[in-house]
Design a binder for this molecule. Structure first.
Ligand SMILES: Nc1nc2c(ncn2[C@@H]2O[C@H](COP(=O)(O)OP(=O)(O)O)[C@@H](O)[C@H]2O)c(=O)[nH]1
Ligand SMILES: [Mg+2]
Length: 319
């Protein structure tokens, strides 16, 4: 029996935009089958199912967040997903990009993530992107959301939409999630710019278009944090000379915090230098020794995600 090509759809966006929620919505109403299923309540990062008879996986990806990890480290994680999928020959049908409609404006992590995301896809892949607003239910006034959406499109999304990206809203229901998936499922599969740059051209992350952007951001933060640590250390020395114990205590705390942040950015900076292509080759080879593992199983173990296998998505919309 000829085996069918495996397809994949990725869910992306900063932390807190509803990626896990979206993925886990798909689990609802579908009877769990297969051995990898954890439980009906536990969060999973990957849904494996079939759509119109084709195997497909919908995958949650790490998002930028301000606190625990540097954007450099997160991009390295995301790259691992993309390189593994491409190298394993799994077809990428599209990306669901989530954005909270409750955000008053596009700034900070959300803005940096968006800029990185555009570069990571490359213009040729915009057709396979669904730009999705989430959390409409949390708005007191829907009109506010509609105005924000208009601004979002005008200021950020329009150039992508002109090149084929599809903008829509997610109302929080399983049907709405399935509708978005069905649109992407109907597309030709795509290779993202960062996949070409790393896998086909052998670049390290910081040499890719998205990587160069994040490197610039991380470097600026490294300079700022280095200065902050130096300033606080000087102030602390002065407090010590003045024998001002209370001030000393609070400055020590602030300096430790600044040092932690500096270490975080340094790790991010190092991560961008990594040769993910080569690293993945080794990991994938190792995994392939398990002869009976499917591409999806290899993918999940290479990137380290938990999987729920469901019988099939009920998609009345799909032809
Ligand atoms: N009302 C509403 N809440 C949501 C929606 N999506 C996510 N949430 C909630 O928002 C929080 C963050 O969502 P989560 O899926 O963890 O975001 P992630 O970090 O992108 O995975 C969680 O408490 C979710 O339950 C949505 O569409 N509507
Ligand atoms: Mg999550």
């Amino acid at each position: 029996m000829p085996s069918q090509a495996e397809n994949m759809i990725l869910v992306m966006g900063v932390t807190g935009t509803g990626k896990s929620y979206f993925i886990n919505k798909l689990k609802e109403g579908a009877a769990g089958v297969g051995h990898d299923i954890l439980s009906h309540t536990a969060d999973v990062n990957m849904i494996q199912t079939t759509l119109s008879g084709s195997p497909i996986a919908i995958v949650d990806t790490p998002g930028f967040d301000d606190t625990t990890r540097s954007d450099g480290e997160i991009l390295r994680e995301i790259t691992k997903f993309l390189v593994a999928q491409y190298k394993l020959g799994i077809k990428l049908k599209g990306i669901i990009y989530l954005h909270r409609i409750t955000d008053v404006r596009m700034q900070g992590s959300a803005l940096q993530y968006f800029e990185m995301f555009r570069r990571l896809c490359g213009e040729d892949a915009f057709e396979n992107v669904a730009l999705v607003t989430t959390m409409w239910g949390l708005l007191k006034d829907k009109e506010v959301g509609l105005q924000r959406e208009e601004q979002l499109i005008e200021k950020f999304w329009e150039p992508m939409m002109e090149m084929g990206s599809y903008a829509t809203s997610f109302d929080g229901s399983r049907e709405s999630a399935e509708g978005i998936i069905s649109v992407l499922f109907g597309k030709e599969d795509v290779v993202l710019r960062i996949q070409k740059e790393i896998v086909d051209e052998g670049r390290v992350i910081e040499e890719t278009t998205a990587g160069a952007y994040v490197k610039k951001e991380v470097k600026a933060r490294l300079v700022a944090k280095t200065n902050k640590v130096r300033d606080l250390t000087e102030q602390l020395n002065k407090a010590e000379r003045d024998r001002d114990l209370r001030r000393q205590k609070s400055l020590e705390k602030a300096r430790d915090e600044a040092e932690r942040e500096l270490r975080k950015e340094k790790r991010g900076r190092e991560g961008l230098k990594q040769d993910i292509g080569k690293e993945m080759d080794a990991t994938i080879e190792q995994q392939k020794r398990q002869k009976w593992a499917s591409r999806f199983q290899i993918f999940a173990s290479v990137v380290g995600v938990s999987v729920a296998i469901i019988a099939n998505l009920i998609l009345p919309f799909v032809m």
